[in-house]
Design a protein around this ligand. Structure first.
Ligand SMILES: Nc1ncnc2c1ncn2[C@@H]1O[C@H](COP(=O)(O)OP(=O)(O)O)[C@@H](O)[C@H]1O
Ligand SMILES: O=P(O)(O)OC[C@H](O)CO
Length: 612
């Protein structure tokens, strides 16, 4: 397809904003639109998105970008296909019959499933999971988020029991809705599906062992897994400004950035500083399972799957947003650069930005954000610097791990994403890793990657060679400017801070059963079931004892437990025999049973109990 009037659209559905870009065959964006959407934080550690608002944001971006495109003299009929790229792991559930979402999407950063994860770690087979799906058990992946919903959201539970529960990551949700619910196009690409913990990394199929581990086999509707570039599998946009245009590409955003950077050969890597920061290293056609805290993942799946080692950092640009929105340090993210340049160094501050615990290569889930080294000398500029540095330090730790896993040292790091706009951050990065950092001129590489995936399916580009010159000119190289010794010293200070940040979250946080607020064995008002109200707590412990739906009232920040209705909890497996008739129990007995479970858990943790 050689017509100069050939364009490819790209939906980039990120954690904080949605964009739609229209690329020409030279890989240049000719029109675009971007909108931010609501970030919902109902409680500390919780992070949600409204699934319908996400779809609406995509529709707005498409409509606005197409208007700009036509205002520039092009015709919308020249847009031949669309690619989708998206935030990964974020978990959406909907009713398979009506297409209506049953809960807000639980975002990849959300840590509410911490106690579920802690218990699953003790389950037989837990240690085998990374070898099957490439991922460690953590709050980051989709599976624990789904289990939390099954345990805590009655609507989700009901749909599960009725067999109408559909589960998907953001790609599956968008494809399903953009086609129109009636079309029922229910697919997910390999790069996204491999982040759920349900997929075998080598076969790229749902794995019975994994589905059994999470007790969901045969009980939920899962999207069909398809390659990242496909002429028909993703259907056709059903309505709006681009009704009738086929969707032909789909990649998780980090895979899309790797494709957009054209890191197609083993040994090539990219680091994307968006809301979080993700370093992907192409390892070729066989997955490499890390022994140093990295993830094994699908890089992209065109004619055949290609794999990557991944270092995931939970906080990058979101740290800048935190300074902006929560601390009021500045009005726009780009101002962080000047604020950080207003001081010479970090003034002795090290900020371990463990808002969601620490991801790779540390995987510490009992840390919270901690700033070390504050004195009367500390200014906002020092904190700004320390925030930028935190992501750079973690990137250094990931590169060290990657070198150990692959036996290969990178000679240059290609970067992109919002925070890569900060010159100070990129210079700091080069100084810390002692290799040049290359930042392309056009930084919308994630969107470009999805456009490439779509364009390859229809022949806009016929092969990788045709992509060679795209976005090559005009980039910036940041050369290391400090000695190795200086960067080693700084990194050691960071590592010390990481170790000191451990253990802040108590393992039994929120599990104080002395904090029971009220217990109503019998209702004075007709047929309201007996209930127990406790403070913010470890619901998975409660669910070991209480059969039946658990209703969480987030507004009151308490948890209402109906103790009458009898249901079956799929997860977690009971640690003790489930109490047969809770109706007969008084408060004292119930508290006793809850404590018993808690004591068993602690003993298990102390390794004084190998069975239950
Ligand atoms: N000039 C800048 N300097 C530092 N950080 C920035 C700058 N511009 C944007 N950011 C940060 O980058 C993030 C957005 O990057 P983006 O790649 O769009 O992420 P996402 O795809 O996760 O939404 C925001 O968190 C923002 O704070
Ligand atoms: O929103 P980003 O760009 O930080 O990316 C989110 C990741 O896909 C989460 O795994």
């Amino acid at each position: 397809m050689d017509s100069p009037e050939t364009f490819v659209g790209s939906i980039d559905q990120g954690t904080t904003s949605t964009r739609f870009l229209i690329f020409n065959r030279d890989g240049e964006p000719v029109a675009s639109h971007q909108v931010e959407f609501s970030q919902i934080y109902p409680r500390p550690g919780w992070h949600e998105h409204d699934p319908l608002e996400i779809v609406a944001s995509v529709e707005t971006c498409i409509s606005e970008a197409v208007q700009k495109f036509e205002a520039a003299g092009h015709s919308r009929t020249a847009i031949k296909c669309i690619g989708i790229t998206n935030q990964r792991e974020t978990t959406i559930v909907w009713d398979h019959e009506t297409g209506e979402p049953l809960y807000n999407g639980i975002v990849w950063t959300d840590t509410r499933s911490q106690s579920i994860v802690a218990e699953l770690r003790h389950k037989p087979g837990a240690t085998q999971l990374p070898k099957l799906c490439g991922l460690p058990l953590s709050t980051y992946s989709s599976a624990p988020k789904l289990l939390w919903m099954l345990t805590n959201v009655p609507k989700v539970r009901d749909a599960f029991d009725r067999g109408t529960l559909a589960f998907g990551t953001v790609d599956a949700w968008l494809v399903y809705r953009l086609n129109g619910v009636d079309a029922n196009v229910f697919v997910s690409d390999s790069t996204n599906a491999s982040r759920t913990m349900f997929v075998n990394l080598e076969t790229l199929r749902y794995d019975e062992t994994l589905l059994d581990f999470f007790d969901v086999r045969g009980r939920i509707h899962l999207p069909t897994i398809v390659p990242s570039s496909h002429a028909t599998a993703y259907g056709v946009v059903g309505f709006g400004a681009l009704a009738g245009v086929p969707i032909m590409g789909c990649l998780g955003d980090q895979s899309a950035a790797l494709v957009g950077q054209k890191a197609f050969s083993p040994g090539m890597a990219k680091n994307t500083y968006g809301t979080g920061c993700f370093l992907l290293y192409n390892v070729g056609e066989q997955p490499v399972f890390s022994t140093h805290g990295l993830l094994a993942t699908v890089a992209y799946h065109f004619d055949k799957p290609v794999y990557a080692l991944e270092g995931s950092i939970a906080v990058a640009g979101s740290g800048i947003k935190f300074l902006q929105n929560n601390m009021g340090f500045f009005k726009e993210s780009k101002e962080v650069n000047d604020l950080a340049y207003s001081v010479e160094d970090n003034g002795g501050c090290v900020f371990v930005t463990a808002f969601s615990g620490l991801f790779a290569p540390y995987w510490i889930d009992d840390a919270k954000g901690t700033i070390f080294g504050i004195t009367q000398y500390t200014q906002r500029g020092h904190i700004a610097r320390a925030t930028l540095e935190a992501t750079c330090f973690q990137t250094k730790a990931i590169l060290d791990a990657m070198e150990k896993d692959s036996g290969h040292a990178l000679s240059e790091l290609a970067v992109d994403g919002g925070m890569s706009n900060s010159d100070l951050a990129m210079q700091t990065q080069a100084d810390l890793i002692n290799i040049p950092v290359y930042r392309p001129k056009m930084r919308e590489t994630t969107a470009l990657g999805a456009a490439i995936a779509a364009g390859l399916a229809i022949g806009v580009w016929r092969n990788f060679a045709e992509l060679r010159d795209i976005n090559r000119a005009g980039g910036t190289v940041f050369e290391p400017q400090v000695s190795r010794q200086e960067s080693t010293d700084k990194f050691e200070e960071w590592e010390r801070a990481v170790q000191m940040s451990r253990g802040w979250v108590k393992s039994d946080e929120g599990n104080d059963f002395g904090a029971i607020k009220s217990y109503h064995p019998k209702s004075n008002h007709g047929n309201v079931p007996p209930s127990l109200t406790i403070g913010d707590g470890d619901l998975s412990v409660i669910s070991n004892v209480v059969k039946g739906p658990i209703v969480t009232d987030t507004t009151k920040r308490t948890t209402q437990i109906s103790v009458k209705e009898i249901g079956v909890h799929p997860v977690p497996k009971p640690l003790v025999t489930v109490i047969a008739d809770l109706d007969e129990m008084d408060e004292e007995e119930l508290v006793f049973e809850l404590r018993k479970v808690e004591i068993l858990k602690r003993l298990k943790k102390l390794k004084r109990l190998d069975y239950y």
